[in-house]
Design a protein around this ligand. Sequence first.
Ligand code: NDP
Length: 601
Amino acid sequence: MTSQDDQEPSLDFDALARKYADEREKRRRGDGNAQYHSLNEEFASFDQDPNATPSFDRTPVEWDKDVVVIGGGYGGLLTAVHLRSRGVNDIVTIEKGADFGGTWYWNRYPGIRCDVESYIYMPLLEDTGYIPSEKYAKGAEIYEQCRLIAKKFALYDDTLFQTLVERLVWREEVQRWAVTTNRGDKINARFVVSATGNYSNPKLPGIPGIENFEGPSFHTSRWDYAFTGGDADGNLTGLTGKKIGVIGTGSTGIQCVPLVAEFAEQLFLFQRTPASIDVRGNRPTDVDWFASQPPGWQRKRMMNFTALTSGTAQEEDMVNDSMTNLFRESTGDTRGRFGSLDSGEHEKAEIARMEKVRQRIDSIVEDKETAEALKPYFHYFCKRPGFSDDYLQVFNRPNVTLVDTGGKGVEKVTATGLVVDGREYKLDCIIYATGFDFMTNYTRESGLSIRGRDGALLEEHWKDGAKTLFGVQTHGFPNFFLLTLVQSGVSFNYLHTADAQSAYIADLISYCTEKKFGSVEPTEGAVEEWVNLCLKLSEPRIKFLENCTPSYLNNEGKPSREFVLNSPYGGGPIPYYEALEKMSRERFAINLDFADRNASR
Ligand code: NDP
């Protein structure tokens, strides 16, 4: 008997199923994803980069390059590192921010940490000799590690910062992409790799009146330390004597709220759906343990975590945290495939785990009504699970009020505050912890206009959803590669997928270079086969998501065909990584069309 089995008899699964369905219905809304606003047009001021020099200027460049990498987050960094290690050196990275880091450049809110273990999340630890200071590293430390990688692999000199790629046009006659930017740059590139990130487009909630608020307001990914004072470790002295409203209780909200609560006179936390908050259990790195790891340990540990959390049996649980324990405890043999309701046994295990999460709330939050309002009633994997050992405690503070909106969300924003159930909460500042676009539409999220062979627009080509081979290439767009979760094998540790994809892309580019091929693209048949496989394998996952409370993981309750096509590959990350490795190992013998270099070049 496992500990989960011990708990099951006390649970009324039918009653819980009805409760889950009731809670889901409260949150369904007709506009789905369209409820949110991007940070453009009337909300463009929310997108200002607080960490860049607004007056930055430079002379436009006109270059010929082998590879343009779009994005300087971990995905772009890994691509550049893998390319260099294969002898492809003529690279330029183009990055919107003023430094490397991607997610970790933009998100600097107080309390920010990675919720995946640093020893598997932070890449290239063996190559850089870097030792993360804690099991779950702070955002600032991860950002610094991104910069360290860029320095170590000499990427700074080959990067254009504060620059947005606007257009890519394939020129068949020279087998190059014409790349143009918002700073007037013109770069002819043999290959283009788009590593624009997965959580890179912040969104504001669909609440009327956002523009009417007269005090400071900002999105967590553009934290305004000029107003709050302090830094990601706290000391937010600018909040002294102020009434602060935070909207959003996802992974970001639960990380920033404890520090805001410490300094604000009053914190009102506006909740639409409670998050599931599991035990964190952070601790400093045992440096002796770290030093004793044998060569190749990081890859082995990454593989162990990804396998364990995606349904492949493992003898050992190396990471051993709340996430892996769920899989290990509830199936005993670690073969559970969660988030798909593929067996009643696993469904019960998820429900039992959520019951533990609810019991933990009762054991920490003193006020019974608040504790009840904080309880999540949905399947564990309907939303990204949260982990914290200081969030729930916040509700025992006299200066913190949970404003539960009963699933409806905040009604409106006024000049002076937020309205819920007709009552206005007067505020000095509103903080939007309302998340990001996620796999909604690649061209819209990346902001890129991409014209492939014969002038075809990628936006048009993918108007009904993505069509790719392995998520990394598409037919008709030669020498164009993506790092994405779309139609890709996804691990809870995104860095594992980014590493696998960037290594594959670097292998293929270096192969083309070695063989002097002018272009490579997947065959139409290979794309069709992959898309059909993705559609077929998505069925159990989609069935699961249809029963979930709305969130970005199920297109806000509307898992349309386009959403399905923009979703991950349902075969799981391990078979996916193996498929990529096999392609490299077998020297790209199938699925791809190579063209010789044009005679003129
Ligand atoms: P989320 O999308 O997870 O959360 C957004 C929050 O805003 C939700 O609580 C949502 O409520 C709420 N919201 C939206 N509209 C309204 C409204 N009209 N009224 C009231 N509330 C509203 O965004 P996060 O930034 O928290 O997280 C996004 C992702 O980023 C995470 O899931 C995670 O993958 C990643 N992340 C990772 C971290 C890490 O440690 N690795 C740390 C932080 C983020 P509702 O739930 O009802 O939609």
